[in-house]
Design a protein around this ligand. Sequence first.
Ligand code: FAD
Length: 384
Amino acid sequence: MCAEIVIIGGGPVGLWSAIQLKKRDPALDVQVYERYEEYRRSHVLKLEHRALMLYSKSAYDLPEAKFIAAVTGDNPAKIAKSAIDGEQVYIRTNDLETALKTYAKDLGITVSYEKIDSPEDAEARHPECKNFIAADGAHSTMRKALMGENATKDYPLQYVVEIKYEAEGKARPFTVAENLKVNKYLSSMCFEYTGREKNGKTPVTLRFFVDEKTYKALPEAGFKNPLGLDNKHIPPELAHDIAAYMQARKDKAGEVYKQGSAKISKLELSLYKAKRFAVQKRGKNWFLAGDAAMGVPYFRSLNAGMIISSQLALILTRPLLSGKAKIAAYNTVQPLDTAWEFTAAHGKNMALNIYDTFRKASAKMSWKARKQRKNRGRKGPGSF
Ligand SMILES: Cc1cc2nc3c(=O)[nH]c(=O)nc-3n(C[C@H](O)[C@H](O)[C@H](O)COP(=O)(O)OP(=O)(O)OC[C@H]3O[C@@H](n4cnc5c(N)ncnc54)[C@H](O)[C@@H]3O)c2cc1C
């Protein structure tokens, strides 16, 4: 099959890359491969208007207007203006996926639901094709095959232990002041996220930002294999913090914990970035896009992924650039545009650390005194 550009991965960034290429050159034959018919992720995304506009090609045509209306509720001219003001929308991954798929179809992009095993597999399917985009996500098979296991550089930021549970009936979130008050009694700072009541239950998430030692002492626990509250291997300081925070929610917010519902998992928030975003192999040009190229903590990488792939489309559709020049151009521009996401992530991390320092400094008792108090068996938050 002859395609001028082949994209591996039909997630949001793969589809966005295809759309941007088609908008810049409608005659271009773009082929996307996606292994699953239904997008597997389900969460709410913060989509910034500038991610839709920066470096992107606007034709103010019907497919574009339909897409913009579906994701932002506005029209292209209005969102171009609000992009400058830094506006954003919250959208479910499934809704974004549907809008992107419709947009891609309207532009004549072919999506084949097949798994691509390796770069060689893609090249063999399209021997004439010179340019390939790997948009196959954070654990990119293409990146590993093209650039090796050590293709990315990691920047560790925080270690997080997450407790998800249900409360009976309606539960209210703590105010900022209440959260700070309880935090003064904890070894690790904690943030809570209280959801909406549904079928008589309210989902609650507690996130503890623990130190590396505590993180490593906690047994392996992911979303698929979580630990229970009664697990004997939870480090004592952390067990105390969890009990103290839940007790405070019971006492101060009247929360009723649904017995047995707690699930504990741990995750390391780190920032990663491919050492190179583009390489030439076997005479073919390979470009990384989206999570395959970089990821930032607190789940904010889609916006950067879209901006960078809009730039990639701009580079790939420059007729006078050779393959090597395209690779060099993409490797040169990406640090500038990933920089703002990295800066934002570092800024957020710094804010967290400042808050942690403030919480410790503003605690009424010294940590030593609080430890002694705890050892005497008295519960800290009960007294606030
Ligand atoms: C809970 C959560 C909340 C988030 N919130 C935000 C947010 O608010 N704002 C934000 O900007 N970002 C957010 N993100 C990040 C965002 O979801 C990702 O950055 C985005 O999904 C990356 O898109 P992608 O297309 O690069 O990769 P993916 O979404 O991972 O898509 C990759 C696609 O490639 C396909 N694929 C993989 N291998 C192959 C193969 N061999 N052959 C064929 N197909 C293949 C996969 O099936 C998948 O569909 C969040 C992430 C999570 C988990």
